[in-house]
Write a protein that binds this ligand. Structure first.
Ligand code: ME8
Length: 515
C-alpha cells in the first residue's frame, strides 16, 4: 500500500490555540483525508512544543510550574482538534519521555559524528520566536532598540558557553540537495529565500542553553539544556518510533510533507535537513511553507493580541463552511485576510446556491416523478456526453492540483464544474420534460446530475466531510468515501433518495451585522 506521512508544526503551549494554528491543522487534515480517500495508508501527526524560555516565562507569569501549564494547554489543543474533527493519528508532546530520550539519542549521534563542539555564544536572541539572530539581520526601532526581523519585538543580548552544531559543514550538501530537488521547498518563492541564505553561507548554530532549566538535558552535561528548536524538530522522527521501533519508523520515514507557516521555514528547510544529514537519515520529501492569516493585513497571533477563536465560527456556521472558506478564499501558500463577510459570501454563493440548491432541486424531482428512486442513466445525448467529458477532465485536474498542494485551485476547478452542472440542468430543462417530454429522458437527466453531485461530494469530502456524508446518506450510500466512486456511471441506479432540508442554509445578514 502507498504510504503518506504528513506533519504540522508542533505548537507552543504558551497560550490557547487560535485560528492560525487551526489553519495549518485543518489543511493537514484535508490532505490526510484526501490521501486516505485515494487509497494511501496515512499517518497524520500534530502535537505541542513544550520546552524553552517562552514556555518557562509563560508559566512564571501565571505562577504555575511549566509542566502544569503544558498539561493544561496541551489538553486545550487536543480538545480543539476534536471539535474541528481533525483526524490526526497521533499527538506528540515534547515532554513525553520517549521523545526526550530520542532527543538525547539524536544529539549524541550528532556528537559521535563530530558535528558538535563547545564554544561561547555572544549575540542576540528573540524569546517569542526562540531564535538566534546575527547583528546584521536585526531591525531597529525609532528609539534605537534592537528588534527581531520576524516578529518585530525586542531581542535580548546573551552571552553563554554553549554547545554548537557545525551547521556550516552542511552548507554545500544542502545547496546540492536544493539544486537536485527543485520541489524540496514550496512555494518556489519560499525556496528562493532559502537558497539566498545558503548562498550567503550558514553559520554554526548554538544548540544548548545554560541559563534555562526547562528543556531536555544535554547527554553527559546536564548543566546544559538542548535548544528548544533542536528538541522540537526531532518530534517528526520520535513520533514514529525512532530509534526504538525501527520497523514503524522505516514504514513512515521520510515524511512526505512537513506543512508549516512561512516564518519557520529556515528551521525546517535548512537546520532540520542538516541535522538529519548529520545522523545519516534521509531528508523529508517536501516542506510546504504556507502564508499567514491576517486581520487588516497584520498577522493573527496569540502574542499580538488579535487572535480569533475558531470555535466562534464553527458554532455559527459549522466545520464544513469554515474549512471550505479557509482553503477556497485564502489562496493556499499566500497571506490572506480572515473576513467573516467573505466567509458568508462563500457560504451563500458557492455552497448554498450552486451546490446545495442543485442537489435540493434534483432530489425533489426524483421524489416526485420516480417515487424517490434513482431511475438510472439511459441513452446519452450530445449535451450529456459533454457533461461526462467535462467531469472526467475536472476529476483529473482536481487530482493533479491536490497532489501538488494547489488546494485553492483544485476547489476552483471543482466549482467551475458545479457551475457547468447548473447550466446543464437549465439547458436540459427537466421541469419541461416532466410535463411534456419522455420519462426516460427525464430519468437520464436527473440521474446524471445526481451522480455528478455524488462524485463532487466524494472529491470534496476531504474539505467538507459532514456535508459529503450527508449527501451519501440521502442517496442511500453507506460506504466510506472512496476513489472507486470517482469512476464509472449508473452506480446509483435504483437507490432510494431522501429529499431533506437544504444542505447549506443561506445567511441573510447585512454586511454591518456581520461585523
Ligand atoms: O513556531 N496564519 O509554534 P507556534 C497562518 N513551536 N498560520 C499560522 C498563523 C497565522 N496567522 N499563526 C500561527 C512554533 N500559524 C514552533 C514550531 S515545529 C518543529 C515547532 C501556524 O505555536 C503556522 O503553521 O508559534 C505557524 O508556522 C505555526 O502556527 C506556528 O506555531
Amino acid at each position: 500500500m502507498k504510504k503518506f506521512y504528513i506533519t504540522t508544526p508542533i505548537y507552543y503551549v504558551n497560550a490557547e490555540p487560535h485560528i492560525g494554528s487551526s489553519y495549518t491543522t485543518i489543511i493537514g487534515d484535508i490532505l490526510a483525508r484526501y490521501k486516505r480517500m485515494m487509497g494511501y495508508d496515512v499517518f497524520y501527526l500534530t502535537g505541542t512544543d513544550e520546552h524553552g524560555q517562552k514556555i518557562a516565562q509563560a508559566a512564571k507569569e501565571r505562577g504555575v510550574e511549566p509542566q502544569q501549564l503544558c498539561d493544561e494547554l496541551a489538553q486545550k489543543f487536543k480538545e480543539l482538534w476534536k471539535e474541528l474533527e481533525i483526524t490526526n493519528d497521533y499527538f506528540i508532546r515534547t515532554t513525553d519521555e520517549h521523545h526526550m530520550k530520542t532527543v538525547q539519542y539524536f544529539v549524541s549521534k550528532m556528537m559521535e559524528n563530530g558535528d558538535i563542539y563547545k564554544g561561547t555564544y555572544e549575540g542576540w536572541y528573540c524569546v517569542p520566536c526562540e531564535t538566534y539572530w546575527n547583528e546584521d539581520e536585526l531591525e531597529h526601532s525609532e528609539d534605537g532598540k534592537h528588534l527581531c526581523p520576524s516578529c518585530k519585538r525586542e531581542v535580548q543580548l546573551i552571552r553563554e558557553e554553549n554547545y554548537f552544531f557545525r551547521l556550516s559543514k552542511y552548507n554545500e550538501p544542502l545547496l546540492k540537495h536544493f539544486k537536485e530537488n527543485p520541489d524540496f521547498v514550496e512555494p518556489d518563492f519560499r525556496r528562493n529565500e532559502m537558497l539566498k541564505i545558503l548562498e550567503s553561507g550558514l553559520k554554526d548554530l548554538s544548540i544548548t542553553r545554560t541559563t534555562l532549566k526547562w528543556g531536555v538535558p544535554m547527554p553527559n552535561d546536564p548543566e546544559h539544556v538542548i535548544y528548544v528548536w533542536v528538541d522540537a524538530l526531532i518530534n517528526y522522527v520520535s513520533a514514529i518510533g525512532y530509534p526504538d521501533d525501527m520497523d514503524t519508523f522505516n514504514k513512515w520515514w521520510p515524511a512526505d510533507v512537513h506543512l508549516i507557516g512561512k516564518e519557520i521555514n529556515r528551521f525546517h528547510s535548512l537546520i532540520w535537513p542538516a541535522m538529519l544529514m548529520s545522523v545519516g537519515l534521509p531528508l523529508p520529501k517536501k516542506i510546504f511553507a504556507h502564508g499567514w492569516l491576517t486581520v487588516n493585513g497584520q498577522k493573527i497571533s496569540k502574542s499580538l493580541g488579535n487572535a480569533i477563536d475558531p470555535r466562534e465560527y464553527v458554532k455559527k456556521y459549522g466545520n464544513d463552511v469554515v474549512r471550505y472558506y479557509l482553503v477556497r478564499d485564502i489562496v493556499f501558500g499566500k497571506d490572506g485576510d480572515f473576513s467573516e463577510e467573505n466567509l458568508v459570501k462563500r457560504l451563500n454563493s458557492d455552497l448554498a446556491n450552486d451546490y446545495g440548491n442543485l442537489l435540493h432541486r434534483t432530489l425533489a424531482m426524483i421524489v416526485k416523478h420516480f417515487d424517490a428512486q434513482i431511475p438510472g442513466i439511459g441513452e446519452l445525448e450530445e449535451l450529456d456526453k459533454k457533461l461526462v467529458e467535462n467531469y472526467e477532465k475536472t476529476k483529473q485536474t482536481y487530482i493533479e492540483l491536490m497532489d501538488k498542494y494547489r488546494i485553492t485551485e483544485a476547489l476552483e476547478v471543482l466549482w467551475q464544474f458545479i457551475g457547468d452542472l447548473n447550466k446543464y440542468f437549465d439547458e436540459a430543462k427537466p421541469w419541461i420534460l416532466a410535463k411534456e417530454g419522455s420519462k426516460e429522458r427525464l430519468g437520464t437527466v436527473l440521474s446524471l446530475v445526481t451522480e455528478s453531485i455524488f462524485k463532487v461530494a466524494t472529491l470534496v469530502s476531504c474539505v467538507m466531510p459532514n456535508s459529503s456524508r450527508e449527501i451519501y446518506s440521502r442517496l442511500s450510500v453507506n460506504e466510506a468515501f472512496s476513489e472507486k466512486f470517482l469512476e464509472g456511471w449508473n452506480i446509483l441506479k435504483g437507490r432510494k433518495v431522501v429529499h431533506g432540508e437544504p444542505l447549506f442554509k443561506k445567511i441573510e445578514k447585512t454586511e454591518k451585522e456581520i461585523q
